[in-house]
Design a protein around this ligand. Sequence first.
Ligand code: ADP
Ligand code: MN
Ligand code: MN
Ligand code: MN
Length: 370
Amino acid sequence: MADSSIEKTQILQKYLELDQRGRIIAEYVWIDGTGNLRSKGRTLKKKVTSIDQLPEWNFDGSSTNQAPGHDSDIYLKPVAFYPDPFRRGDNIVVLAACYNNDGTPNKFNHRHEAAKLFAAHKDEEIWFGLEQEYTLLDMYDNVYGWPKGGFPAPQGPYYCGVGTGKVYARDLIEAHYRACLYSGLELSGINAEVMPSQWEFQVGPCTGVDLGDQMWMARYLLHRVAEEFGIKISFHPKPLKGDWNGAGCHTNVSTKEMRQPGGMKYIEQAIEKLSKRHAEHIKLYGTDNELRLTGRHETASMTAFSSGVANRGSSIRIPRSVAKEGCGYFEDRRPASNIDPYLVTGIMCETVCGAIDSANMTKEFERESS
Ligand code: ADP
Ligand code: MN
Ligand code: MN
Ligand code: MN
């Protein structure tokens, strides 16, 4: 009998090497009624090469806070699939969007409306790069690796830290990075953050709705990898009160015009538009974000809009290199780590490229609580 986890891993390995006889396993992943992720697997007869080969499926929405018990079926409509880094081979992970019995999008399916905006503004070629910050917790919800009942030394040596006592769980972060690349996700980088046991990965640049798809799948892979290390992932924007940085999801944005020579003019126009809708954007920028956007710890105030070149204390930052070249992108520093990327990229497209009659991201957000 296996006593240690190493022995169990060796036993499992024997079964993982068994031939699947041409069939593949598709793990369907979806966003539940609490903004968390769920998944379940199914066998398919053969290798999948395009999204329309994937069947619709369903699940019991009354167990995920997504439907009442008397009408509990929620439908899973595949929207994207990626190589499965856990099962490997031809096995895949499938991102599915949730629909109710009557065909309407389920309450946490914000992809449906956001996709309409991106389709309407296809020619603007809007790109996003999101910086996902998050915090590692142990099984008992203490910050991973911190001294029991105490605190590590104050912030300073941890951001991009190197060396024992300055960096935590590099193994988990490395595993997640490789898993994302294996799956074909556009991870542009990773770094350790200012608070010890806080990390960041960046997804992008991706066009339109693809950013939201990839971000949700990157989060899924992170939770799955973390299971193996017995570590919990927290996306709370201020996991610890006091002199510890919060966690955000900086949203970098550009349109085709902004990326071309002279693009600065369009970046300035976009910032002007954003300044007029600050309150509407903030509503969609994550729960408990008021605990993070205090004007301290490299954040701007929640109640006042500001922008500046290379200013990490403003709502919107124009990177120094962009100002120098006169074109590129801008960074919205307001979004919290627990955002729904579909909502944030959706309203960004709505504000920068223009509203359309058939989709309104503010209304879309309010549907969550209805
Ligand atoms: P920071 O200096 O704020 O920590 P990062 O390097 O963490 O910046 O993240 C920058 C993000 O900006 C990356 O996700 C990158 O993909 C994205 N990015 C780069 N160029 C563009 C662009 N033209 N449009 C949108 N996003 C971009
Ligand atoms: Mn960053
Ligand atoms: Mn960061
Ligand atoms: Mn940033």
